[in-house]
Design a protein around this ligand. Structure first.
Ligand code: UD1
Length: 352
């Protein structure tokens, strides 16, 4: 089959890696369309090299901007590529503006489409990602759900007939990275940081990064946490500069990290403190406590099993959670076995 994959932002490159390797192994032809939503070397280029993904066939260079204009530029570019390249199936990943654009472009052209990581819901429509995943799920012909929660969410929206439960492709990516990553102490040493207990911090969600009061409250919650390693997303770096926000002395701000080093540092952390979707689940898979800087999560299993706690941007709640990081009594494989890519490709092949 000829598969046209659409990616644009950092977490999608990670999901594409196992998908693309499995597609090649099964003899499919793949055209990779990069929307260019993320464009810095540290946010994009390095992931293709590090994860062994073929270079994109085209980069639409949509860059940043308002959500509407960014999505519109991607939509226009993806439509032209689908018309030009005539794929059998368009495949989109996750919940970014690039996902939405790819799903819409395929639906408008009547080309079959598949959504990898379908069915996740935070039930918070103020998140751009929530709108993106709802629309993508309703546009796509095949919904590849990472877990039982996703399958149930899709059934509740009347989408059960299009759903296949595959396990989570990020588990495939994570297990591969964990096997290849350097030890955390080496990563710390390379960054000039001491080999002492640390928390790994990431903050990039619009709700936190673009609200100076929330960002200040979060950083205040990190004082007294000992060493905090903080790879800073460009959105957050820009917001800090614009609002004159500086880091507490114990928080070490870094450039964005590659995937292998991120996995290494998450795996060695005393706690992962984050507003990322993916990192909450990665913390669980690496059996590390997670403190989530949001009011909701797409991964309720991590809460129910006691490995994650939602603290929003509450300074005291963050301090308390870091002082006593959540550790569950059990650690069942709720996200699958790390062989999702094979099931995803099999489901796409079954579309005929
Ligand atoms: C996007 C996704 C989010 C995903 C995240 C991972 C949407 C709505 N959000 O959020 O789901 O978790 O990516 O990182 O699609 N920027 C750079 N260089 C880059 C990329 C971005 O400087 O390479 C700056 C841009 O100026 C932009 C800002 O970061 O204004 C935010 O980028 P954007 O793509 O809007 O959203 P993310 O916050 O990265």
């Amino acid at each position: 089959m000829h598969l046209l994959t659409v990616v644009g932002a950092r977490p999608q490159f990670i999901k594409l890696a196992p998908f693309s390797a499995e597609a090649r192994r099964r003899g499919h032809r793949e055209t990779i369309v990069h929307t260019g939503q993320h464009y810095d070397e540290g946010m994009s280029g390095r992931f293709f090299a590090e994860l062994g993904i073929p270079l994109p066939d085209v980069n639409l260079e949509v860059g940043s901007g308002g959500h509407g204009s960014m999505t519109a530029r991607a939509l226009e570019g993806i439509e032209a590529e689908i018309v030009r390249r005539q794929p059998d199936v368009v495949v989109v990943f996750g919940d970014t503006n690039s996902t939405l654009a790819g799903a819409l472009a395929a639906a408008k052209l009547g080309v079959r489409s598949a959504h990898v990581e379908a069915g996740l819901r935070s039930f918070d429509r103020s998140m751009p990602e929530e709108v993106n995943r709802i629309v993508a799920d309703h546009c796509c012909d095949l919904l590849l759900s990472p877990n039982e929660t996703g399958r149930r969410n899709l059934a509740a929206e009347g989408l059960e007939a299009r759903t296949v439960l595959t396990g989570d492709i990020m588990v495939d990516a994570l297990y591969d990275a964990r096997d290849r990553a350097r030890p955390a102490v080496e990563v710390l040493a390379g960054l000039g940081l001491p080999a002492e207990p640390y928390c790994l911090l990431t903050v990039h969600r619009a709700a936190n990064a673009d609200d100076p009061a929330r960002l200040r409250a979060i950083l205040a919650g990190l004082t007294g946490a000992g060493l905090v390693v903080f790879p800073v997303h460009p959105r957050t770096r820009g917001a800090m500069a614009a609002n004159g926000i500086s880091l507490p002395a114990n928080v070490h701000g870094l450039e964005p990290l590659g995937y292998l080093d991120t996995v290494a540092l998450a795996g060695g952390a005393r706690a992962v403190v984050t507003d990322s979707g993916g990192l909450q689940k990665e913390a669980y898979l690496l059996e590390r406590p997670c403190v989530t800087l949001r009011e909701n999560t797409e991964w309720p299993e991590t809460l129910e099993l006691g490995w994650n706690v939602l603290v929003g941007a509450g300074t005291e709640a963050i301090r308390a959670a870091i002082a006593h990081p959540p550790r569950g009594a059990t650690h069942p494989p709720v996200y699958g076995d790390g062989h999702a890519a094979g099931r995803i490709l099999a489901a796409i092949e079954a579309m005929g």
